[in-house]
Design a protein around this ligand. Sequence first.
Ligand code: NAD
Length: 294
Amino acid sequence: MRVAFIGVGHMGLPMCANLLKAGHAVTAYDLVAAHLDRAVAAGAARATSVADCVAQAEAVVTMLPSSPHVRSVYCGESGVIARAARGALLVDCSTIDPQVAREVAFDSLARGLTMVDAPVSGGTAGAQAGTLTFMVGGSAKEFEAARPLLACMGTNVVHCGASGNGQVAKICNNMMLAAGMIATSEAMTLAARLGMDPTVFAGIVNASSGRCWSSDTYNPYPGVMEGVPAARGYSGGFGTDLMLKDLSLATEAARVARVPVLLGAVAQQVYQKHSADGHGAEDFSSVILQYLKT
Ligand code: NAD
């Protein structure tokens, strides 16, 4: 397929490379010249604008920071919706506000374009390995149209329901993950402070009812597990600022839907403080430093 790829940053670049590896003809565009240069070095053709990028494309994939960037790339006179060829498939893989995803999909449909939201989990490692999970929002027909392309970049492509539901799955999962990571951090720190060996405590938790992904796969306490960010000074992994962004999307969506998310709101504030304390670029499990340091 002729694919336009817009936003070749940390995630977009390796995703674009996997589309090229699968034999697609990719034209890339990014506001940052150095990012676009890397995509061109990987084999993509260079576009000079969004309009130029999408003009000949049968499918458009976007991987942008957040809702305002998606609006600006898709909407307006020179945006994807106005400039894409009729019948083109539009796939936004950015994590954004579900309501914005629905609005952009609605505008696309009004111009006869097929659009799905397809945010991902799996991080940069999954993007490189082509093992991402895609959470897809759109009709069954739109999902089937997008599936083959997404399968070139991921191993798990899940239909979440109507437009926007991919974003719903993504932000609700991450809200749970953040609360679980904070709870694990508190319990690990308290047990250690009360005199327990943290590794023995983690072993008990992981065979008991307190077990969760943050305790058994990604334990934040230094020295308890190998190969996790806690074992390397919290470098790599999923950044605190990305988690903060997802929590802010979740609490804002909850406000609009008038659903109380007490733990989600606390988690958002804990991560906001953690970021303000200078840990924004560290892995999100570094939130345990808020407790270990006290
Ligand atoms: P990034 O900032 O590295 O990449 C975004 C790219 O979009 C940048 O190259 C930027 O220059 C480009 N861009 C911004 N505005 C643009 C515009 N108007 N036109 C063209 N290009 C534009 O971000 P990332 O880490 O690749 O994340 C992308 C998305 O994926 C985000 O929504 C993020 O929440 C989500 N996500 C990231 C991870 C991760 O581990 N990094 C994991 C899961 C989901």
